[in-house]
Design a protein around this ligand. Sequence first.
Ligand code: FAQ
Length: 332
Amino acid sequence: MYTQSLDNHGQAPVDTAAEDAQRCAQFQGRVDLDERIEPKDWMPDAYRQTLIRQISQHAHSEIVGMLPEGNWITRAPSLRRKAVLIAKVQDEGGHGAYLYSAAETLGVSRDELLEQLLSGAAKYSSIFNYPTPTWADVGAIGWLVDGAAIVNQIPLCRCSYGPYARAMVRVCKEESFHQRQGFEIMLALARGTAAQKQMAQDSLNRWWWPSLMMFGPNDADSKHSAQSMRWKIKRFSNDELRQRFIDATVPQAQFLGLSVPDPKLRWDEQTGHFEAGPIDWNEFFDVIKGNGPCNRERLEARRDAHAKGAWVREAATAYALKHRADGLTRAA
Ligand code: FAQ
């Protein structure tokens, strides 16, 4: 399509469609060469919007993800467990903060993103809509949920968008500590009394299938994967990463002496992979539509925390304005 602007000063008309196609081709060329895209670089709008969607959903997941484990801070079974759990939950808050900052480099404001979360318009990971009724759930979250997060996020360290990739490097280091603390809780319970081992088994039963769902729908139903892989935002498909997680985690469950709650799970000698039974996708889609066991509770907790933090934001704004005014007075 030709567009001729009124102030073109008699020059030849600009073919914006052709110009855009050329820029898109150049952009894809940079991606294909594994060059990092930085905030001030030209990028197709759809690439920008895909990143804003994925990074903000990821940030919201970290923030909402503080709630299920935060529930156990006051009831951790020892001072050491309490200190470790506080540090872990605080790390998740930090991950949320880096990710909101990475999203802001794409031209969206943190206030806008928070509004989308609090209004219920934005998605966050399905996994955080499940309850944590026992201490073993804290172990299962660390072992399985952080374990799944690592499998998903290690390839994101090579994502084509620089600020997201760099944030992921630190996040993955911390997730690795989180996964180990979770596994260590499970190990202590699995080697404890019969009741403790049962508690560990029950939590594995609760978290196994939702952890597999974290990787997103099957490849055939994943509407964003093909384009995100062309742009090297995603490096592997949902099913590839899910399989990687199953292959790494089943032997860990065997080491713990716990049973994976999947009667169809079997080792396939030919492929060299564990073959899992079918996932209940109705449950997954129900949870992401807002009908999981804890969706309402999680959003209410976030809204309540946001409202109670209003005075902190007001005080910080007043402080920043005062210092700006002081600076201007000194400069004058
Ligand atoms: N939950 O076409 P795809 C953590 C949505 S962080 C909810 O396959 P995509 C750390 C998807 O958004 C956990 N929604 O989408 C921690 C899309 O909806 P839309 C979070 C999901 O983006 C540990 C639709 O389905 N990690 O655990 C889910 O290509 C412990 C179609 O799906 C990340 O966010 C889901 N599980 O692939 C914290 C990692 N799956 O937007 C505290 C970065 C899919 O069209 C304690 N994100 N959907 O309305 C990603 O890698 C990707 O976004 C996927 C989904 C793989 C999650």
